[in-house]
Ligand binder design. Structure first.
Ligand code: G3H
Ligand code: ZN
Length: 309
C-alpha cells in the first residue's frame, strides 16, 4: 500500500492503545526485514533513517529504495527521519519524500551539547513550520537521554528527565505532533536494565495532548514497555537490537565460512564465496527481532484498520 503519514499511524495507535514500532534502516536488507516482520504480524510500522546514515549511503538512492519496498508492502508504513539535529537536515528529508520527521532540538548539531529550552523551542518551531507546510508529521524531543559516550551521571539523572509542565508548554509553543520524552531509557546497549520512571511518564501524559515517543527501546524489558504504553507511549524506537541480531548472526556465519574454506584448502578444492548465504540469515534474524518487538508493542493485527484485511 502507499506510504502513509506518520500522524495517521500514531492517531490510530492512540485510539486503540498500542505503540507503533519505529525501526532503523540503513540499506535494503534492514528495510526488507522491517517490512517482512510487519507483514507477518499484519502490523503498521515506521521505517526510520538517521542523518548519520547519509554519510554511509547516497540519500536519494536509499529513500527511493525504501519507498519502492513500502509501495508493495501489504501493511501501512511511514518513512521517518530519526534525530534530525538541524533545520537544514529536516528540509533535506522533506525533499526526499519522508512522511514524518524528528527535529531533535534537545542537543546541538554535534549531537552532544545540550540546547537550552529556548534554543530547542526555536529550532523545533522552524522545522515544524516547514514540515507542516508540506503535510509532514513532526516529532520533537525534550529532556536528555543517555547515550554511549555521553552517559548521564547518576547525580544528574533526575534533572535529565522530561518535566511535565515544561513538556506541555513546549508542545503548545512549537505545535509538534508527537514528543520524545526522557523517562530513564538510554540509547544503545548499557550495563544492566534501565529503570523506566513510569510515574514521570504518567504525569507527562496527563499534561501533554500529543502522542509520546520512547527512544532507546533496545534492552527495555517487555513489562516496562507495556506499562509505558499504558501511560501514553505510542511510538517506540528500536535500532541497536536490529544491529545486534545482524552482527551475532553474521559472526557465526563468518566463523563457519572460515572453517569451510580451511577444509576446502586442505582438500585442494576452490573456496566458495556467496554473500547471499550470509545476508539472508542475517536478514531473517533481524526480521525475527523486529517481530518480537512488534508483539510487545501490541500492534500485531492492527494494520487491518488501514487495509480492511
Ligand atoms: O532513535 C533511535 C533509538 O532511540 C533507538 O535506540 O538503539 O537503544 O534501540 P536503541
Ligand atoms: Zn533515539
Amino acid at each position: 500500500m502507499p506510504l502513509v503519514a506518520g500522524k495517521d499511524l500514531l492517531t490510530q495507535a492512540d485510539a486503540e492503545g498500542y505503540a507503533v514500532g519505529a525501526f532503523n534502516a540503513i540499506n535494503m536488507e534492514t528495510a526488507q526485514s522491517i517490512i517482512q516482520a510487519a507483514e507477518e504480524e499484519n502490523s503498521p510500522v515506521i521505517i526510520q533513517v538517521t542523518q548519520t546514515t547519509l554519510a554511509y549511503t547516497e540519500p536519494e538512492e536509499l529513500a527511493a529504495l525504501i519507498r519502492a519496498l513500502i509501495e508493495k508492502a501489504k501493511v501501512p508504513v511511514a518513512m521517518h527521519l530519526d534525530h534530525g539535529r538541524t533545520f537544514e537536515i529536516v528540509v533535506k528529508f522533506l525533499r526526499l519524500g519522508f512522511t514524518s520527521v524528528m527535529i531533535d532540538g534537545s542537543l546541538q548539531a554535534d549531537g552532544k551539547t545540550p540546547r537550552t529550552y529556548q534554543e530547542n523551542v526555536e529550532v523545533t518551531k522552524l522545522a515544524a513550520r516547514a514540515a507542516h507546510a508540506v503535510g509532514v508529521t513532526v516529532e520533537a524531543e525534550l529532556g536528555r537521554l543517555g547515550q554511549i559516550g555521553t552517559e548521564i551521571p547518576e547525580s544528574d539523572a533526575e534533572n535529565a528527565l522530561t518535566d511535565p509542565d515544561m513538556a506541555a508548554r513546549f508542545v503548545e509553543e512549537t505545535g509538534v505532533d508527537s514528543l520524545a520524552v526522557a523517562i530513564g531509557t538510554t540509547h544503545g546497549l548499557f550495563k544492566g536494565s534501565p529503570t523506566i520512571v513510569h510515574d514521570r511518564l504518567r504525569k507527562i501524559d496527563e499534561k501533554v495532548s500529543v502522542p509520546l515517543v520512547m527512544h532507546g527501546g533496545t534492552g527495555v524489558p517487555d513489562d516496562a514497555v507495556r506499562k509505558a504504553i499504558d501511560f501514553g507511549i505510542r511510538k517506540v524506537n528500536i535500532d541497536t537490537q536490529i544491529r545486534v541480531a545482524f552482527y551475532e548472526t553474521m559472526a557465526g556465519l563468518i566463523d563457519q565460512a572460515q572453517k569451510e574454506h580451511a577444509e576446502a584448502d586442505t582438500a585442494g578444492q576452490v573456496r566458495k564465496y556467496d554473500i547471499r548465504k550470509l545476508l539472508k540469515p542475517a536478514r531473517d534474524a533481524m526480521r525475527e527481532a523486529v517481530k518480537g518487538r512488534i508483539r510487545v508493542f501490541g500492534s500485531s493485527g492492527k494494520a487491518s484498520a488501514f487495509t480492511g484485511v
